[in-house]
Design a protein around this ligand. Structure first.
Ligand code: TYD
Length: 201
């Protein structure tokens, strides 16, 4: 059995990641693959506990935030993602280490490379093969957001900053990180994403 593929959906608030996750998973199942969906922060019992701290807890330092994201991600990688990949399943993530690079490394200003290193330590080779950044206008995204959390409630300027860091990540790793226009109707965006994935493999 060959190793599965790990695809991460990324983007700022209200980009439509979870909707696209459902449609992409359905399309890949039609192609005959086993597909599992994961979301971050969370996806394991430990990770859901950390999620509460991160999204509903008190303010924390940028590094405390980055390390908690990395901690829940390491748990998810070992418990769920890596075993799935090893049995040949495809994993579709609603967010991934690339959220930490853009939000904590970039948005919070602690440095993309530093955040990449700590995450790499906890992930080993469980790293996304393809990262699809769903690009929306920050104002439109915030208007579409369903319920605000500690990080999603930072305002439009923060979203704009994070969007800029996603663009930087795509420019730095063009083979892995691809920006897709997510501004149109759900059907159109789904088609773009599904075509991208089917075209790649
Ligand atoms: P979530 O409820 O999953 O929302 P969304 O629909 O926006 O994805 O909230 C996740 C929040 O955590 C979101 O504001 C982005 C932020 N986040 C980070 O800052 N760093 C990370 O590594 C991850 C995974 C999420």
């Amino acid at each position: 059995m060959s190793r599965g593929r790990y695809i991460a959906l990324e983007g700022i608030e209200g980009a439509g990641k979870s909707t696209i996750q459902e449609f992409l998973s359905a399309a890949l199942r039609e192609d005959g693959f086993e597909v599992i969906s994961v979301r971050e922060p969370g996806g394991t019992s430990t990770g859901e506990g950390i999620r509460l701290l991160l999204l509903e807890g008190d303010d924390m330092t940028p590094w405390a935030e980055a390390l908690l994201f990395a901690a829940q991600r390491s748990q998810l990688a070992v418990e769920v993602i890596e075993p799935a990949l090893q049995r040949g399943a495809w994993v579709i993530g609603d967010r991934s280490v690339y959220s930490s690079l853009a939000y904590q490394g970039g948005g919070r200003g602690i440095g993309i490379e530093a955040v990449r290193k700590v995450n790499q330590a906890g992930l080993g080779s469980t790293w996304p093969d393809l990262v699809i950044v769903l690009a929306v206008d920050p104002e439109a995204g915030l208007a579409r957001q369903d319920g605000e959390d500690r990080i999603g409630g930072q305002g439009v300027q923060f979203q704009q900053r994070v969007a800029g860091f996603y663009a930087e990540l795509a420019a730095a790793e063009p083979d892995r990180v691809v920006v897709v226009d997510a501004g149109g109707a759900v059907g159109e965006v789904t088609e773009r994403v599904v075509d991208l994935v089917r075209g790649r493999w």
